[in-house]
Design a binder for this molecule. Sequence first.
Ligand code: 5GP
Length: 192
Amino acid sequence: MNFLEERILKDGVVKEGNVLKVDSFLNHQMDISLFEQIGAEFKRRFADKNINKILTIEASGIGIAAITARHFDVPVVFAKKAKSININGEIYQTEVESFTHKVTNKVIVAKQFIQPTDRILIIDDFLANGYAMRGLIEIIQQSKASIEGIGIVIEKGFQQGGKVIREHGYQVESLAIIQSMDAKTGEIVFGK
Ligand code: 5GP
């Protein structure tokens, strides 16, 4: 069992509706020593890639991406959930359905922050059905930049996102993959 799986077992809480709460260390209170370990592990897994930028999505991806960026010595861009519409054509935009909030958000990135020559690592906290990830992929495709890899902290392997995105040929590295979890017993089983 790796450091993250251990922490999930210690402090994660399984909720009804296939939701894992990790508010005490990942996406409300943030354990920065753990984030350091996460960043180092992403660096190790993508060591052979010539990454020059990290892309994530607000809000919970930002902290993880920021600490990870220290290990790659690159800037972070985060996609914003915005109400504004594109009137001047200076933004990339797409729509993302939120797994946790059951709403659809318009997601935007200013064109000036992703160039066609960029080699991007996408980082996010969770991969569930893959809607957020598909939105980020679409934005990078619009920009013609290249996607060097996808780093996920927690993948819920019993939901379809990871399978669908790997089938498109992307290198997806998830530091913990949950095979099953049970809200009644609190049991969490990890897979590969
Ligand atoms: P997806 O778009 O892959 O269905 O869901 C990914 C997004 O939903 C992540 O950015 C994350 O914020 C949120 N999310 C999905 N599943 C969970 C979960 O079990 N727990 C928490 N805390 N967030 C989740």
